[in-house]
Design a protein around this ligand. Sequence first.
Ligand SMILES: [Ca+2]
Ligand SMILES: [Ca+2]
Length: 219
Amino acid sequence: MRRLLKAPLPMLLLLLITGLPTVSCVELGAAPDDSGSNVDRALPFALVSKEPTAVLQAESAPPLETTVQSFWIVKGESSEIEIKYAPPGESLEDFLDVEFGEEALLAHPDGTPIAEGESVLITLTVHPSKFQVSFEPSGLQIDPDHPVVIEFKYEHADHDFDRDGDMDEADEQIRVEELGIWKRAAPGQVWTETESDHDTLDQKIKTEVWSLENIAVSW
Ligand SMILES: [Ca+2]
Ligand SMILES: [Ca+2]
C-alpha cells in the first residue's frame, strides 16, 4: 500500500549521506548555458528550484463548512480535526483530516517542552482557493516519533491541473504521477516536497509532518 510518490527522494537522502555538498556545488557553479537543463534533470527534484503549481478548488466545488478552525490539543490525548465540504442539502464530504497522536506535541515554538496533560491552542486556516492549510502558532514542534498525519481528499479539485483550459490525458498524468504534498515554513519561504501516500483511486493524499507549516497539495 504505502509507497513513495517520488522516486528521487531516496536518492536525495542518499546524496545527503554521501555527498550533497559536492552536488550543490555542481549545481550552483554551473554556467547558465552549460547544459543547465541536463544538470537539472540529473539532480534530485528537491535540489532544483521549482515553484510548485498549486491544486485549486474547482469552481463547482461545494463550500467548505469552515476555513478557520481553532482547537485545543492535549498532550497525552489523541485528536482528529476534520474540515469538510458542506453541499447544500446534502451530507458532508471529506476535504481535510488532521490527526494528532497522544504524544505528538513536543515543544512550544520557543523550545519549551510541552508537558504531559498540557494543552496547546492551534488554529488551522484553509486557503480560500487552494488545497493549502496553515497552522498557528508557527514553529510548534512535533515529536519525530509521533508525526501529525494530514490528509486531503481532492475529488473537488479543479482537475485542469496544468491550467491550460481543458481536462485531458496530460492532466490525468499529472494527477496520477506528479501530485504531491509540499510544505514551507512560512509565506515567502521556499516550498519543498514531502514524502506522501497517494490513493489515486479515492483521490486522497496524505503525509506525516514534524512541524506545522504551510502545507499544500501541488505538483
Ligand atoms: Ca489541462
Ligand atoms: Ca491540455
